[in-house]
Write a protein that binds this ligand. Structure first.
Ligand SMILES: [Zn+2]
Length: 107
């Protein structure tokens, strides 16, 4: 995943250390580099936003900071599913005209 633009910090490096950034387990100078990257790179910002949302959700549900990896996978899988459903064009939803309603013909 990358926006294709050159950045001072590579997308790969940002994504590799995303959880350290989320947990602020890195030097302030690195945090600043990541923040600059997120301002320039929307795919990475979206990924960061998603992880942050998952982290908050788990904290609210489980009361713990660390997100168990299987739970993260489940949450991310659901999000992907919802997204794919949202992306999927409405297809052949049968439009029910008055004619095929039960008893309509009897009138
Ligand atoms: Zn990026």
């Amino acid at each position: 995943m990358s926006c294709g633009e050159p950045h001072e910090t590579d997308c790969a490096e940002v994504l590799d250390h995303l959880y350290e950034f989320l947990d602020r387990e890195m030097p302030d100078s690195d945090c600043t580099k990541f923040e600059v990257h997120f301002e320039e790179c929307s795919p990475c910002l979206e990924k960061y936003g998603l992880e942050q949302a998952v982290k908050k959700l788990v904290k609210r549900c489980c009361g713990q900071d660390d997100v168990p990896s299987d739970l993260r996978a489940k949450v991310m899988g659901r999000i992907d599913l919802i997204r794919s459903e949202q992306a999927a064009p409405e297809r052949d939803v049968p439009t029910r005209t008055g004619a095929d309603l039960p008893g309509a013909a009897a009138e």
